[in-house]
Design a protein around this ligand. Structure first.
Ligand code: MD3
Ligand code: FE
Length: 214
């Protein structure tokens, strides 16, 4: 039997130094990903966390993997337990890890083994302001993100907060790999639009980000 191996994404678009948009890379796994998110959320429910500045995040979050990302009045950190249950986070499903590894490989990062998967859930108006992801100890590993559900506008800046931003539409099934210097670039997402919706999720967007933490 002829085996062509992993299918290449329809388009692999470079959006920054070592940052690659793999359009539709997760499309064929999208239903299974959404079902797995539902299972994870049954164990570790989505919650609106509060930042050290006292601001309640508009995106609801959960996590799976050896570590989850936690913020409260005391600061940001990775924690091996869900502070809401004091239990370990649910394991990263094999499908998640395989997909993230395949995406990283396709962008030139071999042997990516995520230790944490953060799950963001956006409803109408939810956003994420410009920020850097700096709570991990190893910036040489890439971050892989998977978008599911309603489309959103992603803002991609540079190494300084004041750098100009480019805008990219992230749609159901899109995967982005952020490595190299892009790994520390400022980024965020615009508020989820009032008309943004997807046949499967309605007016909800999920984003999975896979990270090496230590
Ligand atoms: C670029 N999430 O969880 S995903 C985050 O759509 C986060 O939920 C956004 O920013 C979301 O921290 C954007 C794309 C993304 C994730 C991590 C990055 C882009 C990144 C890290 C470095 C550079
Ligand atoms: Fe981020």
């Amino acid at each position: 039997m002829l085996d062509l191996g992993a299918p290449e994404p329809a388009t692999k678009q470079q959006i920054g130094p070592d940052a690659w948009l793999l359009k539709g890379f997760a499309l064929s796994d999208a239903d299974a990903l959404l079902a797995a998110i539902e299972q994870i959320a049954a164990q570790a429910p989505f919650r609106h966390q509060v930042t050290p500045g006292g601001y309640t995040m508009s995106a609801a979050m959960s996590s799976c993997g050896a570590y989850g990302w936690v913020t409260d009045r005391h600061g940001y950190r990775y924690s091996p337990q869900d502070p809401q249950s004091n239990q370990p986070w649910p394991a990263i499903p094999a499908l998640f890890a395989e997909l993230a590894e395949r995406a990283a490989h396709s962008a030139g990062f071999a042997h990516f083994a995520p230790e944490a998967c953060l799950i963001n859930r956006y409803t109408t108006g939810a956003r994420m302001g410009l920020h850097q992801d700096k709570d991990e100890q190893d910036f040489t590993a890439p971050i892989v993100s998977i978008s599911l559900g309603a489309p959103i506008t992603f803002l991609f800046g540079g190494p300084n907060r004041s750098d100009p931003t480019s805008r990219w539409l992230l749609e159901h099934g899109d995967v982005v790999v952020w490595g190299g210097v892009s790994r520390l670039y400022f980024h965020g997402v615009s508020p989820l639009g009032k008309k943004a919706s997807h046949p499967t999720t309605g007016a909800v967007r999920y984003n999975l980000t896979f990270r090496k933490v230590r």
